[in-house]
Design a binder for this molecule. Structure first.
Ligand code: NAD
Ligand code: UGA
Length: 448
């Protein structure tokens, strides 16, 4: 099939490249000319495992085209995926300006045949219907809008696209339903060539719903996961007060399959490009319908408090004297495996420490370039080329992203680099007695 992907980001690029690898011809459209130029040269705009190889192969097979012109892509396309960003407004409400701009622009170039428009961006309930109405108003009758939310994780985008837990398709006409089922067949049947080695042992479940249910499934999934994390962070705070160990508790409760072992890592609270915005958006959506979402409100409050609580741990460990101190910070990506720094706990901590008068030496294996863009360097932030460098002369070392690289370091020499052997770990990377035996003062989350 001929497909357009509007918005070539963390969702659009892997989705389009995977569909191209099934033999579809894919047009990638983005308003960001630099990104398009990079992609034309076969360069990845961001770090994602397997994406580089997939891009190269699809360019070689002449299955992908990159353009900033809707007029080049849309007239040829039978299916159009909208994958643009849906950032939050200051009120928490979803800013739909990019989705609306994309729809307005693409509607100018739709061909006379029937077209399926697939909304992959995370959008408030009712958006598909609104988009459909606006198309009908401008005389585009033979267009169907499918709500097909995306559940991939950054750092695992290609893997999650090929091996999803489920595919949700919200649609009210059978033709488009068939089109989507056809496009996703190699994934559903796990019948694709060697992009990755792994395969699921059974077919991927497809959940066919209304547009509204599909839209709400996406928010409900993210809100459930943030609830789980806020829950374990709350228990971590209780554990600290009563002398229990949150890692032991996570294991002890996670083995109950009704609870499940995933998303029970306590730490500095959830961040990233989606959890904060989507949880706030669902809270706002509920409020706009007259329902007060008490649980969601608490989930957000616990998360905000968790960041602050971690900052207080650092301040307390430095005996309330942060001004003039040198602090090493390991980890600026919002989680391991990505270069994304949107709503990253590490970035927030660096900003707070600088505000309190510290000099901060930062390191991240992937996210330094993106961090440089968001952290204004006025001489208080030193970007370092290794964890060792970040620790040099520091009064304390803060761990803010759970990179394997940090776990695997030989920590013994760090005692020499640091002015004081103090580690404040926001990700519970180490067994406290193991690291303390090396002579470090070690403070973590939800443990003594
Ligand atoms: P992103 O910021 O990485 O990419 C969005 C792209 O859209 C950008 O390249 C931007 O230049 C482009 N764009 C903006 N307006 C445009 C327009 N009018 N025409 C063409 N291109 C335009 O965003 P993302 O992280 O890929 O997220 C996209 C959507 O998917 C969001 O709604 C997000 O909530 C959702 N989502 C994201 C993830 C994730 O892990 N990042 C996972 C699931 C769902
Ligand atoms: C998340 C979801 O996992 C995806 O399913 C979803 O598609 C995506 O959001 C989205 O809608 O954009 P992602 O943001 O890539 O994916 O990252 P996660 O691995 O879910 O982590 C999110 C945040 O939660 C990170 O800050 C991470 O450190 C934190 N987290 C995660 C914890 O604090 N504890 C945990 O146990 C797990």
């Amino acid at each position: 099939m001929k497909i357009s992907i509007i918005g070539v980001g963390y969702v659009g690029l892997p989705t389009g490249l995977v569909l191209a690898s099934f033999g579809n011809e894919v047009y990638f459209v983005d308003v960001d000319k630099d990104k398009i130029n990079k992609l034309r040269k076969g360069k990845n705009p961001f770090q994602e495992p397997s994406l580089g190889g997939l891009l190269e192969k699809n360019i070689r097979d002449k299955l992908v085209n990159f353009t900033d012109q809707y007029s080049v892509a849309i007239p040829k396309s039978e299916v159009i995926f909208i994958c643009v960003g849906t950032p939050p407004k200051i009120t928490g409400e979803v800013d739909l300006r990019y989705v609306k701009a994309a729809l307005e622009e693409l509607s100018k170039y739709l061909n006379k045949k029937s077209t399926t428009i697939v909304v992959k961006s995370t959008v408030p309930v009712g958006t598909a219907k609104v988009l459909k109405k606006s198309l009908v108003k401008t005389g585009r009758q033979n267009v169907s809008i499918v709500s097909n939310p995306e559940f991939l994780r950054e750092g695992k985008a290609v893997r999650d696209t090929l091996l999803p837990d489920r595919i949700v398709i919200g649609v009210d006409d059978q033709k488009s339903e068939k089109v989507l089922l056809g496009l996703y067949e190699p994934i559903i049947k796990q019948n694709f060539n060697n992009i990755i080695e792994e395969r699921l042992s059974k077919e991927v479940p497809v959940v066919l719903t209304s547009n509204e249910s599909a839209e709400l499934i996406k928010y409900a999934a993210n809100a459930f996961l943030t609830t789980k994390i806020s829950f374990i962070n709350e228990i971590a705070n209780i554990a600290e007060n009563v002398g229990a160990d949150i890692n032991e508790i996570s294991k002890g409760i996670g083995l109950d399959p009704r609870i499940g072992e995933h998303f029970l890592n306590a730490g500095m609270g959830w961040g990233g490009s989606c959890f904060p915005k989507d949880t706030r958006a669902l809270h706002q959506i509920a409020g706009s319908t007259g329902y007060l979402p008490v649980l969601l409100k608490s989930v957000i409050e616990v998360n905000n408090a968790q960041r602050y609580r971690f900052l207080q741990k650092i301040v307390k460990a430095l005996h309330e004297e942060v001004e003039g101190k040198i602090i090493g910070v390991l980890g600026l990506a919002f989680k391991a495996g990505t270069d994304d720094v949107r709503e990253s706990a590490g970035i927030e901590i660096v900003k707070e420490l600088v505000d309190l008068g510290a000099k901060v030496r930062v390191y991240d294996p992937m996210a330094l370039e993106n961090a440089k863009r968001v952290l204004k360097d006025n001489g208080d932030i030193i970007f370092c080329s290794s964890p060792h460098d970040a620790a040099k002369g520091a009064d304390a070392l803060v761990i803010s992203t759970e990179w394997d690289q940090f776990k695997q370091l030989d920590w013994r020499p760090f005692k020499r680099y640091l002015k004081k052997p103090l580690i404040i770990d926001g990700r519970n990377l180490f067994n406290p007695s193991f690291i303390r035996k090396m002579g470090f003062r070690y403070i973590s989350v939800g443990r003594k």
